[in-house]
Write a protein that binds this ligand. Sequence first.
Ligand code: SF4
Ligand code: SF3
Length: 541
Amino acid sequence: MFCIQCEQTTNTPEMHGCAFRGNCGKTPETSDLQDVLVAMLESLAARALTAEAEGIDISKTALFVPRAFFSTLTNVNFDPIRITAYIHEAEAMRDELAAAGAKRPDHPLADFSVKGLCASALPAACREASLRREEPNADIAGLRLLALYGLKGTAAYLEHAAALDLRDAKLERRVLEHLARIGSPEAGAEALLADALEIGHLNLDVMAALEKANTTSFGDPFPAQVNTAPVKGKCILVSGHDLRDLKLILEQTEGKGINVYTNGELLPAHAYPELRKYPHLVGNYGSAWYKQQTEFAEFPGPIVMTTNCILDPNPGHYADRIYTRNMVGWPGCTHLDTDDFSVVIEKALEMPGFAADEPKRTVTTGFGRAVLEGAADTVLKLVGEKTLRHVFLVGGCDGARSSRSYYADFVEQVPADCLILTLACGKYRFNQKALGHVGGLPRLLDVGQCNDAYAAVRLAVLLAEKAGCGVNDLPLTLVLSWFEQKAIAILLTLLALGVKGMYIGPTLPAFLTPNLVKTLVDAYDLHVVSTPEADLKAILG
Ligand code: SF4
Ligand code: SF3
């Protein structure tokens, strides 16, 4: 196995990347199978493009590819059986397109096949498929991985939109085009960097589509005070990012005496009119993904994992009551393939639930695009009056490294005349802090999930338009925490938009070589986080 796609990868002088077992818990078998799957998806994408040129309908393929690709993101699918099924489905789909008359594409993986290989031989096929091992130039390899990982994140966001029935053939084709091009042996460094930035632009368009899918399905989010204390009674916990699954569970539990809680990235669900209207959506339980093994172990009901991030449920002994959905998988856990959640409901009724109410406590969420755009004039007025000095976006993923305490310390130390926007699961480090108000606005505004990064980008662009300047001229600094590939996609979007002076941490992606880091630092004034004191001093002067 070789995997270097996330922030917790092994990165020591002796070893660069996870080579024996993932620090996430991914086995060599699953890792190799995921490499095979990515290769097969590249091959399928190339064939789908020739099929489309022949006028053959590729909508089934265009729906399948992002979903299967999503299964290879960090902390999504650890189940070799499910990954193997995706590989065979992809090859069968490619054969179908060929049988329908799609020409053989000019692609290095055009004839890549795993037919006839027994399950134990399958992972070895990844030697043929591996992108990185074939590339002696580390900068070129790093750029390919930057594009590949960014595209994984974009594919995940496209799948989120498709789950809500928002399909866009042009966006789907752009994903297929990039995927078919990623392994291209002849592309040089400049072309690969341009490709990565183009993926950033594509990701912006995909995130706009996702925002439309979310708001069309559930209404515009508006601020909500969300209970975070357990409520007496039977319960189901819903984690991940998938709002549709949460809605289905709320519908199917209505009148059954079961309380539904969100976890992790589903906290912002409480802000959507079509979700918050359910009285049995009683609150948010727990925090970010890396605490699952203790928080889930203590939850007295079943848990539904709709998308990333899942951790090994065995140490906490809750594998028998965790249910995976969509592209998520853990070996031995029950996977729900249909929209019928009866088995989860039965489990909730069997289990004790919470014995008593705990004293009420809340966090606030729901500063989505419409709310932020509505506040743009106020923000500019406050800046003009010098009531508001600076706006920070402190957002992104969380993770287990102790150095991530930087983000909570940073927020704590931001001066009182500054505003802080946040999004994604990294906010659990500080979202319960009482930070007060500035100029009548709450100082801490939770924009939503990582999936909602579009809202923050829109606010920045709108502020710049209204102020008649560029985004880089605004009193705005982005302080990002990355962990997995959705964050890489968002980073590429920000770079593609020309956003400069960002701070990123807790470490830089290990797949970027010193040369590539220098290129990004020179072109975008990118900083690695240091200490909150030093960084705040540098930003605020
Ligand atoms: Fe290692 Fe991250 Fe890959 Fe898991 S996803 S194997 S931790 S690099
Ligand atoms: Fe978190 Fe996995 Fe990235 Fe959606 S849930 S931000 S890490």
